[in-house]
Design a protein around this ligand. Structure first.
Ligand code: DAH
Length: 341
């Protein structure tokens, strides 16, 4: 009997529809029963073949079943839709009842903060910001900078060498002086922030990995006054208008003359405090006028051009700025330290 067939189909279909666990399954069931070639549609088509007296009741029942199934499909679709939030791919859904997770956005390391501060200052004076290789050749790290293999400065800057190659982890950012001269020629202005390495017996003031920022300028008639002016502007932008710069002679093989650069302490303004160890001054850079043989190594004629160079200890600047008393904390990976910034 068609009526029995319809009842059984209704029961089976309703059960399957209620079990559907996602929109795709539901769509398949809709096609299976109500689609053009669906089971119910097929039955409906046979109604016309029934004896006339049976046609009316059978047709009514078939239509009722169709409505019941369609409305059940609609209901289940809606309840799945509420979970799915109407997202295009219905397999993917967001449970909007779960409480929002705490934002865990990262933040800048204190060294990056002072690095970006200096990059801004030097960019405003027309300096390019460049990157250099951390694995450097002995030539650029030492020889091209007037530090031949017998030079005592090699001892002070012992580092990690690649066995069998003339490669080492750079001890300073200064090797970028010659690389940049070779690439860009004169005139030029650039700063190079970056990571440096030394083979140190580590303690609170010494670490195998630290950051510097190198700067240099090559042009016609570059003088010591230019050097002092650039460093004064930088110090004042970093620590305020009343900051003064003190330059005292110091030997660096790649500059002549060379100086040690100090600025008045940003904390006590020169009076003497814990940060500046009661001297009133903070030693924060080395600098000088580029040695003629370094210019030559960079392919620049020292008779025509002259240059200045300076190197800031970025790690040291960050330690001073944030009152950090142990350099090893920077590479220690202790989140209790890092999360303070
Ligand atoms: N490279 C030196 C160092 O690591 C710092 C330095 C001193 C850089 C004098 C310079 C400079 O450019 O002119 O100790």
């Amino acid at each position: 009997m068609l009526q029995d067939q319809l009842q059984q189909l209704k029961i089976r279909a309703l059960e399957e529809i209620r079990k559907a666990s996602d929109q795709n399954q539901l769509r398949d069931l809709e096609i299976k029963y109500l689609g053009r070639k669906g089971e119910l549609t097929k039955i409906l088509r046979t109604v016309g073949e029934l004896p006339e007296a049976e046609r009316g009741p059978a047709g009514n029942l078939a239509n009722q079943v169709k409505q019941v199934l369609a409305s059940e499909i609609g209901r289940v679709k809606k309840s799945l839709g509420e979970k799915g939030g109407g997202i295009a791919d219905e397999k993917e859904w967001i449970d909007i009842t779960v409480s929002k997770m705490k934002d865990s956005l990262g933040h800048l390391n204190p060294v990056s903060k002072v690095q970006y501060e200096l990059e801004d200052i030097f960019s405003s004076m027309g300096f390019m910001v460049l990157d250099g290789p951390e694995l450097e050749s002995e030539y650029y790290n030492f020889e091209a900078l007037n530090i031949p293999s017998w030079h005592p400065a090699r001892d002070m800057q012992d580092t990690f060498y690649v066995e069998g190659e003339k490669l080492l982890m750079r001890t300073q950012t200064s090797p970028m002086q010659v690389r940049t001269m070779e690439k860009y020629g004169a005139p030029l202005r650039a700063v190079v922030p970056g990571r440096c390495f030394r083979n140190e017996a580590t303690d609170a003031r010494h670490e195998h990995t630290f950051y510097q920022l190198e700067g240099f300028m090559v042009d016609k008639n570059v003088s010591f006054s230019n050097l002092k002016a650039i460093l004064e502007v930088t110090a004042q932008k970093l620590y305020g208008k009343d900051t003064r710069v003190r330059l005292r002679p110091k030997y660096f093989p790649f500059v002549e003359p060379g100086v040690n650069g100090e600025v008045t302490c940003f904390l006590c303004h020169g009076k003497g405090c814990r940060v500046c160890k009661k001297t009133g001054w903070l030693e924060i850079f080395g600098a000088g006028l580029i040695h003629p043989s370094v210019l030559k190594a960079g392919g620049i004629n020292p008779e025509k051009w002259s240059g200045l160079a300076f190197g800031f200890g970025l790690t040291r600047l960050a330690m001073l700025k944030y009152g950090i008393d142990d350099v090893r904390l920077f590479c220690g990976g202790d989140l209790r330290f890092l999360n303070q910034f």
